[in-house]
Design a protein around this ligand. Structure first.
Ligand code: SIN
Length: 286
């Protein structure tokens, strides 16, 4: 039923992905028809946006639970009293933000997230936008020759670069105030995931590597992996595969983590930004 909506408005914001949804109040339980249209818009557009939603953490959690069970972030702490609500914030004096590089969420998990629902509590007067890129397009636009090579490959993912003791400088700064204690050792665990995944709901193939958590191709050295991974990271974020969302307080984004990457822009030093993220569990990657 792609593109057929009778109860909601769906306005694409870019050629590649992203659409604003109109006519939905997330403070109330969605009836089955509206829920099914929102779900369809999510599959059709990979990331959907809602404006002017005045919702409590309970209401954000209730919306998220319509899509599945919820993740508790293994490394970053949650909003007090709400283990499934990740509090993402940057204070006026901070220099480094959370999510300030292209990534898909938690791809080192055996079952990486289906998606995340991000709600804007406080936003800077300008800057602090988020970008997404379409990983279906990233895969579909590769040559048949490279697709054939990638189709048979796995890549090793780990949390270490972001959350480990020897994580990147950016991650250390970023997380030093907002890391759960004593978890960085476990960040060393590695897991091989297919480089090309088949989306469990749409059946489309998407490229599934990202610079934050992918370390190397399985059975290849890091040095051997680097040139091809660098090419794929660069290819995946071509401007024409992306969209960019300008936040306002009470805006909400819901992205499909199985076929997108996202990037939180860090261009608002001197201003505060606070978001609440709820992440829905996904499936094993095939
Ligand atoms: C994230 O990576 O989940 C953060 C996105 C954002 O704050 O815009």
């Amino acid at each position: 039923m792609a593109g057929q909506y009778s109860r909601i408005g769906v306005k694409p914001i870019a050629g590649a992905l992203g659409a604003e949804i109109e006519g939905v109040d997330l403070a109330r339980p969605l009836d089955n028809q509206i829920f099914s249209e929102v779900h369809q818009a999510f599959l059709d557009h990979q990331v959907i946006f809602f404006r002017d939603q005045r919702i409590t953490p309970e209401q954000q959690l209730a919306f998220a639970r319509r899509f599945g069970t919820l993740n508790v972030h293994p490394y970053a702490p949650s909003l007090e009293g709400y283990p499934e609500v990740l509090r993402i914030f940057k204070e006026k004096e901070d220099r480094v933000n959370f999510g300030g590089g292209w990534h898909s969420d938690l791809t080192f998990l055996e079952k990486p997230p289906l998606g995340s629902i991000l709600y804007a509590r406080e936003v800077p007067p300008h800057g602090g936008d988020t970008m997404w890129t379409n990983m279906y397009l990233a895969y579909e636009t590769l040559s048949d020759g490279l697709k054939k090579i990638l189709d048979g490959l796995k890549a090793v993912h780990s949390a270490n670069k972001q959350y480990g003791i020897d994580g990147s400088e950016a991650a250390r700064n970023n997380e030093k105030r907002s890391m759960k204690p004593n978890v960085s050792e476990s960040a060393k665990a590695e897991l091989a995931q297919p480089v090309v995944r088949t989306h469990p709901e749409t059946g489309r193939k998407a490229l599934f590597v990202n610079g934050a958590f992918t370390d190397r191709f399985e059975g290849w050295t890091k040095e051997e992996s680097r040139p091809l991974l660098s090419f794929l990271y660069k290819h995946a974020v071509k401007p024409e595969f992306t969209c960019r969302f300008r936040w306002a307080k009470d805006s909400l984004a819901f992205w499909d983590n199985r076929c997108t990457q996202h990037y939180a822009l860090n261009d608002y030093h001197g201003y505060r930004r606070e978001m609440h993220r709820v992440t829905v569990d996904g499936d094993r990657v095939f």
